[in-house]
Design a protein around this ligand. Sequence first.
Ligand SMILES: [Zn+2]
Ligand SMILES: [Zn+2]
Length: 271
Amino acid sequence: MEPTAKICERCGGRRFATFEVRGLAVARVCDCVPPCETCGGAGFVRGRNARGYNETKPCECRDLFRRVDRFSEAQIPAKYRENAFESYESKTPSQARAQARLYELAKTISAKSRGVLIAGPVGVGKTHLLVATLRYLTLERGISCRFADFFHLLGNLREGYAQGRSDADLLGPLSTVDVLAIDELGKGRNTDWEYSILDELVSRRYNLGATTLLTTNYLDAPPVEGRSTRGFSAKSVVETLEERVGARIYSRLLEMCEFLTLDGPDHRKNP
Ligand SMILES: [Zn+2]
Ligand SMILES: [Zn+2]
């Protein structure tokens, strides 16, 4: 009789588990993954190339380690470390549509694909869907990603410039990472200087044709009669995303991103 395959309790059969390290989400290959039979755990194999020369190349088993590293390098806050498409519970048709669309994009997106801007009120799971996309891109596809909270990002850049660090040092990695995800675009009281830095970053990614994903609590278009603004940034009723970030950045985003708008549950039905 065949022994029943036991599912690992630590990773649930996923072969990796996530942890918190200094506030950030990291993933590690689970101890249940046996040493590779092909390379004995060395990580590389020797063989001959097409021209008959000896060569060393990475073993196929490295793929799992590489994907797990991609997840850890994405700098996702630890509190979001288990945010996945499967754990997102949509409550409205627009939320279900966004979930399905982002899942589809996560399967097909490449470093030079059009990105997505997710607009919606607080509490509809914009960040959950953003992180779920990064999780899929890193763990399932091994694509380099970077998560950045807009408010913290600008703060870090301000600090970096104050310390005399260069554009190349500060904006370089953010400009060239395959997929950059900016959470809560427009949040905070930001100065013209900070928007000029955002303009520089967006321009760099625009010129590279690099994939950028964003969320915002600002309305992606002026409010229309009959459209609920409940849950959107209080300012967004009088200030749209375009007014918030300026026409230049907004028009770039329109070109770089598909806009998805999420609505919250209709509170008027449950007063
Ligand atoms: Zn395991
Ligand atoms: Zn191997």
